[in-house]
Design a protein around this ligand. Structure first.
Ligand code: PLP
Length: 461
């Protein structure tokens, strides 16, 4: 097929787009076995359309936990357009700034817990996590403890794909064959109540606190800068910790002068029903990393929020902070971020997120007795359905079969979901309606009802 790529605006067919994609594009997390493509071209609220014109219900919020206010919101497009006409970019380096960056920093400080007064902008989550690691190490360095450079992280945690954030990520594929990775990162077990076998019959929090204490003793508290964790594990399968986990972890870390970094890249901005999920979980972090929902994914932006006490060590007196990205605090990103937060407030999307969670709980209830469904976890508009071959043994379903479930939902019902290993994940826009949730849950109950985990197949309708 000869395809002209010189047209000013394209009117390529779906097949032509797929061909060009295969020829030129490398996808994040590309798997060579997946030779077909799903090319999206338009979105409105919770619906997207692919290049063939097929209408799909987007239960993944732009495919990757963003799209809080839904697709196609004119208000955000106008905010971007206005800002591009006024001032597309001016750096935030040195003593420069632009008005929207200042306003968004102020707005974030007003939404965050009291002492989170300072904001450093990035273009996304991985840069934010790298920033947080540097900040933690620098903080101790400036206070005369340069050996405090170890970072505690957790298996199953997802923190990004750069060398810093990628090494902190507790998913081994991220570190495979690209080493040496960042040194001085130690992984702990995650809180995962459904996987009680991880804790040898002990209470999960007791087990994890003992492990944390032993690890601190082994490495030496005087060598540890910080611990990083997601309030609830996102990419690890929407895993919600026991209520006492974060308060007890926080307390132990404080005893040893170790900072706590909350990776809120998924959880902030209403995804679980709060502006910052670490607050209701009693995490009381020193640093919060955010991205994704800050602009509902309309433009790349991330923000690292620091407690005043941490930031002042870096920026006041003799402190210095030699770190930054060309697009830190990009005016268009910040203008869209402000408009996005306005919409979220005007439309009450935090409480809407909780309502969506309730609808999912009710709609998915019939699935809980299905043989392949081990656990259904809901945190606001965020759902993880843990699939197993057997409810008794809790043996995880093969990731390939979990992917087949997502494919069946897509192909048969036009519903977009994704498996993270053996967990089916949902993170819809926070404007999902009750009717759309019903459609989604009926589709999921149908497909899971036809899943024969033991035979390794999905029966036809
Ligand atoms: N942290 C968490 C919890 C994430 O889920 C992600 C991405 O999904 C990241 C960090 C990395 O963010 P980004 O992909 O924007 O670099």
């Amino acid at each position: 097929m000869t395809i002209s790529t010189t047209r000013p605006t394209h009117n390529l067919s779906a097949a032509e787009l797929e061909t060009l994609d295969r020829r030129h594009l490398i996808h994040p997390h590309q798997r060579s076995q997946r030779t077909f493509r799903r090319v999206m071209v338009r979105g409105e609220r919770s619906t997207v359309w692919d290049a063939t014109g097929r209408e799909l219900l987007d239960l993944l919020g732009g495919g990757i936990w963003v799209a809080q206010v839904g697709h196609g919101r004119r208000e955000l497009a106008e905010a971007a357009s206005r800002q591009m006409s006024e001032l597309a970019h001016y750096t935030g380096f040195f003593e420069f700034a632009n008005d929207k960056t200042v306003l968004l920093a102020d707005r974030l400080a007003s939404l965050a817990p009291d002492d989170f007064n300072r904001v450093f902008f990035t273009c996304g989550g991985s840069e934010g996590v790298d920033t947080a690691i540097k900040v933690a190490r620098l903080f101790h360095h400036h206070r005369g403890q340069p050996d405090r450079n170890w970072i505690l992280a957790r298996h199953y945690g997802y923190h990004g794909a750069t060398y810093g954030s990628g090494t902190a990520t507790g998913i081994p594929d991220m570190q495979h064959a690209v080493g040496p990775n960042l040194p001085h990162i130690e992984k702990l077990m995650p809180p995962y109540p459904y996987r009680k076998e991880f804790y040898g019959g002990q209470d999960p929090t007791d087990f994890l606190l003992a492990e944390l204490e032993q690890t601190i003793t082994r490495i030496g508290p005087e060598n540890i800068a910080a611990m990083i964790g997601e309030p609830i594990l996102g990419g690890g399968g929407v895993v919600i910790p026991p209520e006492d986990y974060w308060p007890r972890v926080r307390q132990l870390l404080s005893t040893h002068g170790i900072l706590l970094i909350a990776d809120e890249v998924i959880t902030a901005f209403g995804r679980t029903g709060a502006w910052f999920d670490s607050a209701p979980r009693g995490m009381r972090p020193d640093i919060m990393v955010t991205a994704k929902g800050i602009t509902s994914g309309y433009v790349p932006l991330g923000a690292v929020l620091l407690r005043e006490e941490i930031a002042s060590v870096l920026t006041d007196g003799e402190g210095s902070f030699f770190h930054g990205y060309t697009y830190s605090g990009h005016p268009v990103g910040c203008a869209v971020g402000l408009a996005n937060l306005d919409l979220m407030e005007q439309e009450g999307l935090l409480s809407q997120s909780l309502a969506i969670g309730d609808w999912f709980r009710a709609g998915l209830a019939p699935a809980s007795s299905l043989p392949a469904v081990g656990d259904i976890r809901v945190a606001g508009a965020t759902v993880g359905i843990e699939l197993v071959t057997d409810q008794e043994t809790r043996e995880p379903l093969s990731p390939d079969l979990a992917l087949a479930v997502a494919d069946e939902l897509y192909d048969t019902h036009g519903v977009i979901t994704r498996n993270y290993a053996h967990v089916l994940v949902l993170s819809p826009p926070l404007v999902l309606t009750e009717q759309e949730t019903d459609r989604a849950t009926s589709a999921i109950v149908d497909v899971l009802g036809r899943l024969d985990a033991k035979a390794g197949k999905i029966n036809p309708r």
